[in-house]
Design a protein around this ligand. Structure first.
Ligand code: TYD
Length: 340
């Protein structure tokens, strides 16, 4: 297999490449990544010598074309995305550029070069929020933020390219993912780096929203299963059974670090009406292909806490970066005040 992985300098993509290289050393991996703010070469340091790296955007038609031709790519997995809901509330144009238009470029290139498979990595957030029960792959798409709408746009393009051109495309929709190398802007890594810096953490409202958590290794193995065993034209949910309220997750982090609830600052919900109350997916379609998640939530979270404690040299340069600080100031400045 000659595999192009786009967005592999990010969180899930880098963990996926690690899994592929460990699982099947015969796979030739090329990475295309723009190294935008959340993509770092340091995230790929351990496997960089074993892959080919090309820096660039997935929206760059000429470059994508050249990479597919030059390296005789047979399979493509797309992780390249703008993925942070809160940033999409500040400015969402880059979300549509990458998550929707970028996918269109990859689909056209896959068609032109006759790829054997293209797998597009998406999210449960395209379904919107669910009060009871679980989303299946047949559930309607009702995205509530510009981020999730831009992802839904990519998913729909995938569907249309299968129906119209029989491009062998598979879509996976993952749950909230946690684990090592997670850029510190999402709930778990953001709170970890703040707590390890002695700072309070901003919990939106009362922290009653429910997220379904999956360890990044399980998410990566789900994508690998779908790539190898999935049917073209199909969508697969990649979810685990770990539903937790945000406040439960935060309490767990505090207890692991031996801290008390004075480290939590409840702030007015910045997402307001766009804050999805609950995500929950049925993953039996992927399980029917033989996939099973293997990391219990508390064990996985304990390991993740330890990883952030042990890998300050990875996250410290990120949080000291001026653009990172500017985002935190812009988004949390008013609500965190002196705690910023
Ligand atoms: P996040 O990790 O941003 O993922 P998503 O929005 O894709 O689910 O947020 C997870 C939950 O944590 C979500 O309900 C919002 C909440 N949250 C906070 O309470 N405080 C924060 O600073 C962040 C980033 C998230």
């Amino acid at each position: 297999m000659k595999l192009l992985v786009t967005g592999a300098a990010g969180f899930i993509g880098s963990n996926f490449v690690r899994l592929v290289l460990d699982t099947d050393p015969t796979v030739q991996v090329t990475v295309l990544d723009a190294l935008r703010y959340s993509g770092n070469l340091s995230t790929m340091a351990d496997f960089l010598p074993r892959i080919r790296f090309v820096r660039g955007e997935i929206q760059d038609r000429g470059l994508v074309d050249q990479v597919l031709r030059e390296y005789h790519v047979t399979h493509l997995v797309n992780f390249a995305a703008e993925s942070h809901n809160d940033r999409s509330l500040l400015d969402n144009s880059s979300f549509v550029q990458t998550n929707t238009l970028g996918v269109q470029v990859l689909l056209e290139a896959a068609r032109k070069h006759g790829l054997e498979r293209i797998l597009h990595v998406s999210t449960d957030e395209v379904y919107g929020s669910i009060a009871d029960g679980e989303f299946t792959e047949e559930s309607p798409l009702k995205p509530n933020t510009p981020y999730s709408a831009s992802k839904a746009g990519g998913d729909l393009l995938c569907r249309s390219h299968w129906v119209s051109f029989q491009t062998p495309v598979i879509v996976t929709r993952g749950g909230n993912t946690y684990g090592p190398y997670h850029y510190p802007e999402k709930l778990i890594p953001f709170f970890m780096v703040r707590l390890l810096s002695g700072k309070r953490v901003p919990l939106y409202g009362e922290g009653l929203q429910v997220r379904e958590w999956i360890h990044v290794k399980d998410h990566a193995s789900g994508i690998w299963t779908a790539l190898n065993k999935g049917e073209p034209g199909q969508v697969y949910n990649v979810g685990d059974v770990n539903e937790r309220q945000n406040r439960e997750v935060v309490d767990f982090l505090l207890s692991q670090l031996g801290l008390d609830s004075t480290y939590v600052k409840k702030i007015p919900d910045p997402r307001q009406g766009a804050h999805d109350a609950r995500y929950s997916m049925n993953a039996s379609k992927l399980q029917a292909l033989g996939w099973r998640p293997s990391t219990g939530f508390e064990d996985g979270l304990e390991d993740t806490v330890k990883w952030y404690c042990d890998n300050e040299e990875w996250w410290r340069p990120i949080v000291q970066n001026e653009s990172y600080k500017a985002f935190v100031r812009a988004f949390y400045g008013r609500s965190l005040g002196d705690d910023l």
